[in-house]
Design a protein around this ligand. Structure first.
Ligand code: GTP
Ligand code: MG
Length: 370
């Protein structure tokens, strides 16, 4: 079972042991400084102190803690990570393509392997922006479930000729749950039946009040087809990013999140990783979910080999022993035996979980058969 001593919990939160004991007392738990408490109790205490809790398994306690020890003076500005979300066919990929000025979509149709669903662009001012496309939102949902703060800004794409649809609402919910600011891109305004004003009105029903209606959400009319409004959209992102003052420590072992992972012929298991802290380099040993590996090569979003990738950078990682899942964490560790240990432990947890799920399945089938 997951446990922690009161002292250790206090240390991790950078709080006094006495304060933690007091907080426990309020919850009706009488504990001494060296007492062992269970994870659920520890989580409640941490929340009391206003800490965001990321639960990690027993053997990766250290791994989980890697992300929390950056000193303020080590933080450097990083570029925003922007996730494009919205209803099917409202033009998310087209919009990204237009922004990149490169038509990936037609490349896909031509049979070229689709590259990573994350790209970094540089705007004329020299600032960079990382974009993540979300086909089916799968990755985003999983990441949110794991509590990872993957994206800094959500671009909600709404087709002006179609309005708010089911997945638009779902995207709004995701963004809200993740407490991420939204910028609305009202797309397809080139279409004769486009009604961008209706989109703004419909958004009110979902508590999104855009600026021209007295609210604080930026809404930009765009067309991925004619490229109208794209500069304004990029400016809106830059403005929002400035407010967020995004920072990360680039000089430490890398941590990040798996955006997508697959097996490719001749390349083995390949994961697209968004680096969130630190810098990943070829040769680094890492854990990704329940898999581990040693970085054999890094490939950037333009398909070029790369030596390293820092905060907010999307990068393809080769050298995995197996295929992780979108939403899994990515953490560089000190050596292979440590990586194996964590991956083995997580594999075992997964097996146990699927075993109980299977057992439950049979009980349910049994009941429904009665
Ligand atoms: P999914 O990934 O399947 O959810 O779709 P998507 O949101 O990525 O949409 P996609 O970019 O694939 O575009 C869907 C269709 O809309 C395509 O046929 C595009 O050519 C068309 N489309 C996208 N943007 C525009 C636009 O601004 N104007 C017009 N007229 N058509 C557009
Ligand atoms: Mg798409």
């Amino acid at each position: 079972p997951e446990t922690i001593t009161v002292q250790e919990l206090a240390n991790r939160m950078a709080e006094r042991g006495g304060e933690v004991i007091k907080s426990l007392m309020k919850m009706g738990v009488m504990a001494t400084i060296n007492q062992i408490i269970d994870a659920d109790t520890a989580e409640l205490v941490a929340q009391e102190f206003g800490h965001k809790v990321r639960r990690v398994a027993e053997s990766d306690v250290e791994l989980g803690m890697l992300g929390t020890d950056d000193k303020v003076e080590d933080l450097r500005p990083r570029c925003p990570v922007v996730t494009v979300m919205g209803h099917v066919d409202h033009g998310k990929t087209s919009l990204l393509d237009a922004i990149r000025q490169a038509d990936v979509a037609s490349g896909e149709a031509g049979g070229i392997t689709q590259h990573i669903g994350a790209y970094q662009i540089e705007v004329p001012s020299g600032d960079k922006i990382t974009f993540i496309d979300t086909p089916g939102h799968e990755a985003f949902t999983e990441m949110r479930a794991r509590g990872a703060n993957v994206t800094d800004i959500v671009i909600l794409v709404v087709a002006a000729d179609d309005g708010i649809m089911a997945q638009t609402v779902e995207a709004i919910r995701h963004a809200r749950a993740a407490k991420v600011p939204v910028i609305v891109a009202v797309n397809k305004i080139d279409k004769p039946d486009a009604d961008p004003q209706r989109v703004r009105t419909e958004l009110l029903q979902h508590e999104i009040v855009v600026e021209d209606m007295g609210g604080d959400v930026q809404a930009i009319d765009v067309s991925a087809l004619t490229k109208q409004g794209l500069d304004t959209l990029l400016e809106a992102i830059a403005l929002q990013a400035e407010v967020l003052e995004l920072k990360a420590n680039p000089d430490r072992a890398a941590t990040g999140v798996v955006i997508e992972a697959k097996v490719e012929r001749g390349r083995g298991s390949v994961a697209t990783v968004l680096v969130q802290r630190g810098t990943v380099r070829t040769g680094d040993v890492f854990v990704a979910g329940a898999e581990w590996g040693r970085v054999r090569a890094l490939v950037n979003d333009r398909g070029e080999p790369s030596e390293s990738a820092g905060p907010s950078e999307p990068i393809e990682v080769l050298g995995l022993q197996g295929t992780p899942t979108a939403g899994d964490d990515f953490v560089v560790v000190e050596n292979e035996s440590r990586a194996r240990e964590i991956a083995d432990y997580r594999q075992r947890l997964l097996r146990e979980k699927s075993a109980t799920a299977g057992a439950r399945g049979t009980v349910e089938q049994m009941l429904s058969a009665i």
